[in-house]
Design a protein around this ligand. Structure first.
Ligand SMILES: [Zn+2]
Length: 477
């Protein structure tokens, strides 16, 4: 593992900072005594607020799924912009061209398999991968072959693959996920979703199935984007449930197993969409920016509650809380609701491109995009020398069990391009034990959001953002 685990015994450190400020020692303080006194107020206001919860409700129950290019995604842009204007923020929309892919009919059935009752079929529960091309309207029928690695695929070669439907049967590691490391399990399981279809197509496969890269064992398929290579024929690609992958694997081991697959998604020309950018101007250094963010688009099967209405709503709540408390940050706090994280990362990429000459003024970027379970603290991507700067606000967050910090190479997809350009980056550090049961499935809905935990996520976002916006010294970077 490349991260370092740092558990801060922050109580003593915070006391030291406070004492230093009170004695007005010549050593410049990281935070003023006033800021240190305000941070607990921000935290407590967040814990009492249902602002983020109610915004999550609206984005999910009222607007619904928000896949790039959809009418709901456009409505969500409008909604966040309106809400931010209502708070008195300076709002602009950054225009983007985003992929516009629309799911169609998707069915699968086994039409031939060992021991079958005459005249029957077996239903296979599946869902198209985002960006997949369609099968013929009447579907395609072909023999199934199961692999668990690219090496195995290569060994089978054209002779073993041509004309067949390939199932990449990589199992999601429930042990990792049960121990709170769902993201690591996802990282391992997801490797065939992007490149699998093109690798199989190179050997003449007619379609690809991937085992769901998630923890659901409720026969829910898990979608996500696939990426076709430019130099190879695009073939239809779908994700099958945990249960159906096991079924196919079992039958294929017994003998010839054939499947009929119907997928009728459509890819339209790129659509116009937007990042929503809303500034709460700083009082002393308005040109310097601390970003709080999430992504506004979602997959289309559920209503994108945990992924990522909660992240956007927690970011929107930061200026709301500061306004409520009558606090103006010294630097500008910029709310960004990014568009198209899921199937293109256009919003994050284009934002960083547009700000290429202004990176130095981006003091920090925070993104919440791993659900809204209990936040244990903060993930940080940046120089380790910066870690002592965070002790005082982590101590404030420790009150609700969110005082840990862990360093990572990257902490959020949309802010990734900023992280790579040296902007110190942060995210709430979630336990991801349950997240991948719902992520990218039809079950990612509002009922999964725990209001108390979302309030704590809001506190992590607001306290971190306000502290960084009010630092008396720049962060090492
Ligand atoms: Zn997400």
């Amino acid at each position: 593992m490349k991260f370092k685990l740092i558990v801060l015994s922050a109580l003593a450190a915070a006391a030291t900072f406070t004492a230093a400020a009170q004695q007005a020692t010549p050593t410049p303080a990281i935070y003023s005594a006033k800021t240190l006194a305000e941070l607990p107020l921000v935290r407590d206001a967040a814990l009492k607020s249902d602002y983020a919860y109610e915004r999550t409700r609206f984005m999910t129950n009222n607007i619904g799924p928000r896949l790039s290019g959809s009418a709901q995604a456009a409505r969500a842009v409008e909604y966040v912009a309106e809400e931010m204007r209502e708070l008195g923020l300076e709002v602009r929309l950054q225009e983007l061209k985003v992929p516009h892919w629309v799911r169609g009919i998707e069915t699968g059935e086994l039409t031939e398999f060992p021991g079958m009752a005459k005249g029957t079929t077996q239903k296979i529960v599946l869902t198209a991968l985002g960006g997949s091309v369609a099968t013929p309207e009447s579907g395609l029928t072909a023999e199934l072959v199961v692999v668990t690695s690219y090496e195995q695929l290569e060994r089978l070669g054209r002779k073993g693959i041509e004309g067949k439907i390939v199932l990449f049967n990589e199992k999601f590691d429930h042990r990792l996920s049960d121990s709170g490391e769902g993201l690591k399990a996802y990282g391992q399981a997801v490797r065939f979703r992007g490149g699998g279809p093109s690798a199989a197509s190179r050997l003449g496969a007619v379609a690809v199935l991937v085992r769901s890269a998630g923890a659901s064992q409720m026969r829910l398929p898990h979608t996500g984007g696939t990426r076709y290579a430019d130099d190879v024929k695009k073939i239809p690609a779908a994700s099958v449930t945990y249960e159906d992958a096991d079924l196919i694997d079992d039958l294929v081991k017994q003998g010839t197993t054939k499947m009929r697959l119907v997928l009728t998604p459509k890819t339209y020309p790129d659509a116009v969409s937007h990042n929503v950018i809303a500034d709460l101007k700083g009082s002393e250094r308005p040109d310097e920016i601390v970003i709080v963010s999430g992504h506004l688009d979602s997959w289309d099967l559920g209503t994108g509650a945990l992924d990522d209405a909660t992240g956007v709503a927690a970011a929107m709540q930061v200026p709301y809380l500061l306004k409520q408390l009558g606090l103006q940050p010294k630097r500008t706090i910029r709310v960004i609701a990014y568009m198209n994280e899921e199937n293109g990362l256009v919003g994050g990429t284009e934002y960083a491109k547009a700000e290429a000459n202004n990176i130095a003024n981006h003091i920090a970027a925070i993104e919440a995009d791993l659900g809204a379970s209990h936040p244990m603290g903060v993930l940080f991507a940046g120089k380790p020398e910066a870690l002592p700067f965070f002790t005082p606000f982590l101590e404030v967050l420790r009150e609700h069990g969110s005082g840990l910090i862990r360093t990572e190479g990257g902490v959020g997809a949309d802010i990734g391009p900023l992280t790579q350009r040296g902007v110190p980056s942060f995210a709430p550090w979630f336990n991801t034990r349950t997240y991948f049961m719902y992520h990218h499935t039809a079950a990612d809905t509002f009922d999964k959001v725990n209001p108390e935990e979302l309030a704590r996520v809001g506190s992590v976002m607001a306290v971190t953002a306000y502290a960084l916006a009010n630092m008396e010294q720049p962060l090492p970077r």
